[in-house]
Structure formats: structure tokens, C-alpha cells
Design a protein around this ligand. Structure first.
Ligand code: ATP
Ligand code: LTN
Length: 345
């Protein structure tokens, strides 16, 4: 919030001077503990301090082939998981991306300001087109432009995401600056907000690779809805190395990853963890990590199950969120249309 000296601003002004944050996740599968550590837990912490908007980016999800019934179900699953993890719809604006058509409308204008080369350089495009070689569609290519529109349509100041999204944020910043330069100052140039610990949770099976919800090897990923036994078993079988001591060393990716997970789920620092396990081996350490994750995820899973059981209430929450988001998006889009030179309707 802006510092105020002397008299406090009136309530309305106080509300509008709060900085804005926006973020989203794709409903392409159940959420993982990687997404929780890299993004969701930050959203929960930041929502009280900022004017916050969180969406389920279903339009982004169809850049990879989706079964319609599954996509519909997962969109609601992800929204329920946001709330279960601690996003309070009374505090934050929570909505589904396709419910706010202004995102796609702005996206077209930004598309016409983006160079072909800029999109070709995106590593997520390169990775995903290699992974889905049978469906390298243009949406996969222009994906980051829609993401830029998601952010710029609300003039977000801050975007809490994991490390893998840094490059997309850089493009978003360039597009905001380009529009502002070609027309006149319009968009806020957003900053990424990437956590120091947990920005990249690695696969449990190939610890040099990011933990991914689309990994075909289920043992590599801890899902937020995994059962206690599944969590224990996945941690127990996590790939480590031939060493024996529990010390944080980035070169020993498997152990470092488990230490990060333990640190986030217990709140302990690396030094505390090293001390706790000094003289103990991988077996004891893995058991503790498994139990910490079980204890941490259990209550979230229970809240999730309750919330997901009342679909009418969930849909009503999402409708309210979309109405609030649209109201804001419409105003910005109107300004952008005018500056672009479109005749007013
Ligand atoms: P996929 O692995 O299916 O490609 P994704 O990265 O596209 O998943 P999203 O739902 O789009 O998943 O990601 C939501 C957020 O979670 C993003 O901010 C992303 O940076 C973060 N995130 C995803 N996976 C991880 C991870 N392993 N570690 C840390 N953050 C992550
Ligand atoms: N590209 C992101 C998901 C995403 C997003 C956004 C994140 C789409 N729109 C806006 C933050 C802000 C991803 O793949 N993780």
C-alpha cells in the first residue's frame, strides 16, 4: 500500500491503491506439490496484502488436446483446490479464464505487436512442441501472448509463478512497454514474483527435470490428492544418489529436492534439517519427508473433498468472481480499443 502521511485516504481510494497480483494454472491434470510450492502457497500468503486475482486458465489448456468432459471436470477441480489450499474467494477474485472474454480480445491486439521470433524463442513452446509432436498448433505458439493478456488486462503489478514462467513474464513486460510506447502509457509493466525456496520442485524419478503434472511416470510426481500411502511410497522410492549424508548440495539434485519439500512442509530451514539428520541415513530422512508431506497435504485434501462435493456453490463462487473480473477487464479493454483506433461501438 502507498504510504500515507497525516490523514488516511478514503476507503475507496485505499482499495484502488493496493497493488494488483494475478496468476493462473492450467486445468490439464490434478495439481502437484510442485505447483503448490512454486506458486499456490505464495498466492495464499500474498492475497491479504494485494488486490488479488486468480484464474483457472482453461483457454491455455486446449493448446494440448483435451477431452471436453475431463477439461470441464478438471477446471472445477483446480478451482476447488485453490480454495482448499487457502485462497479465500471473499478476499481474492477467483474465476475461470474463458468466463472473461476480454482476455482473448486483448490477446489479438497483443498478437499484432509480437514478433514471430519472440514466440519461437520460448522454451515452453520448444518443450511442448517436442512433447506433442503430432499437434504443434498455432495456439501452442501464441500461448504466451494470451498469458500476457491475462496479466495486462488487470494492470497487474506482480505475477507469482514458478521459475519456468520467467521467460513468459519477460515477453509480457516487453509487450506492455511496446504498447505504451506505440500508443501512450496504458499498461503497468509487471514483475515476476518467484519464491527463493521451491521455485522449481524436481521430479522424484529424474531429479534434474521439473516435477510435472503431465509426466507419464506417476511415481515422479506427488499430486495434491494423492493418498497418504501413495505419498509415502513415492517418497521412499525417490531417486537419490550413492552418498549417505543429508546436506544441501545443488549437485545432489535428488536429496536437495527432498530437503526443499521437507523445508516447505515443516517450515524448517536447511541448516535445521541438516542438524536434525546429522548422522542419520537416507531411509530415516525419506521417512520423515514422507510423513511431513502427509501431515501437510491431509487437511488440504479433506477441505478439497468437501468443497468439490458442492458443485453448485463452487460454480456460484466462480460466477461472482468472473463478474467482478469482467467489470475491471471491460474498462481496460475499452481504453485499449480506443487507443488502437477502433471506432467506438
Ligand atoms: P505441466 O507440467 O503440465 O507443463 P505447467 O507448468 O504447465 O504444468 P501450470 O498449471 O501451468 O503447470 O503451472 C502453474 C504454476 O505452477 C506456474 O506458476 C508454474 O511455474 C508452477 N509450477 C509448475 N510446476 C512446478 C514445479 N515443479 N516446481 C515449481 N513450480 C511449478
Ligand atoms: N503459462 C502459465 C499459466 C498461466 C499464467 C497466466 C500464469 C497462464 N496465464 C497468467 C500467471 C499469469 C504456466 O504454464 N504455468
Amino acid at each position: 500500500m502507498k504510504a500515507t502521511v497525516g490523514i488516511l485516504p478514503p476507503m475507496e481510494e485505499a482499495k484502488t491503491t493496493r497493488k494488483v497480483i494475478l496468476s493462473g494454472m492450467q486445468p490439464t491434470n490434478d495439481l502437484t506439490i510442485g505447483q503448490y510450492c512454486g506458486a499456490l502457497r505464495n498466492w495464499v500468503d500474498l492475497q491479504h496484502e494485494y488486490d488479488s486475482l486468480f484464474c483457472v486458465v482453461d483457454l491455455h489448456a486446449i493448446t494440448v488436446r483435451q477431452e471436453p468432459a475431463k477439461l470441464r471436470r478438471r477446471t472445477l477441480d483446480v478451482a476447488a483446490m485453490y480454495i482448499a489450499a487457502g485462497i479465500d474467494p471473499a478476499v481474492s477474485t477467483l474465476f475461470v479464464q474463458s468466463h472473461v472474454p476480454e482476455h482473448t480480445q486483448l490477446s489479438w491486439i497483443l498478437t499484432c505487436l509480437t514478433g514471430f521470433g519472440e514466440c519461437s524463442r520460448m522454451t515452453q513452446f520448444k518443450d511442448k512442441s517436442a512433447m506433442h509432436a503430432d499437434n504443434v498448433n498455432v495456439g501452442l505458439f501464441t500461448y504466451p501472448i494470451l498469458m500476457a493478456a491475462d496479466i495486462l488486462i488487470y494492470n497487474a503489478d506482480l505475477v507469482p509463478v514458478g521459475e519456468d514462467q520467467r521467460q513468459h513474464l519477460e515477453l509480457t513486460r516487453n509487450l506492455a512497454e511496446r504498447f505504451n510506447f506505440h500508443y501512450s502509457p496504458t499498461f503497468t509493466v509487471p514483475e515476476p514474483f518467484i519464491p527463493k525456496v521451491g521455485a522449481k520442485i524436481m521430479s522424484l524419478q529424474e531429479p534434474e527435470k521439473k516435477m510435472s503434472k503431465s509426466d507419464p511416470n506417476e511415481r515422479a510426481t506427488i499430486f495434491m490428492v494423492d493418498t497418504d500411502d501413495a505419498i509415502r511410497s513415492k517418497v521412499k522410492r525417490a531417486v537419490t544418489d550413492s552418498g549417505t549424508d543429508i546436506v544441501y548440495d545443488e549437485k545432489r539434485a535428488g536429496v536437495a529436492n527432498l530437503m526443499t519439500l521437507y523445508s516447505i512442509t515443516t517450515g524448517k530451514t536447511t541448516a535445521e534439517i541438516e542438524k536434525e539428520f546429522s548422522g542419520l541415513g537416507y531411509a530415516e530422512f525419506k521417512e520423515a519427508v514422507g510423513e511431513a508431506i502427509v501431515a501437510f497435504l491431509g487437511p488440504v485434501r479433506q477441505r478439497y473433498t468437501e468443497l468439490r462435493a458442492d458443485e453448485d456453490a463452487l460454480r456460484a463462487t466462480l460466477r461472482q468472481g468472473a463478474e467482478a473480473a469482467r467489470e475491471r477487464a471491460r474498462k481496460v479493454l475499452r481504453k485499449v480499443y480506443k487507443k488502437t483506433g477502433f471506432v467506438e461501438f
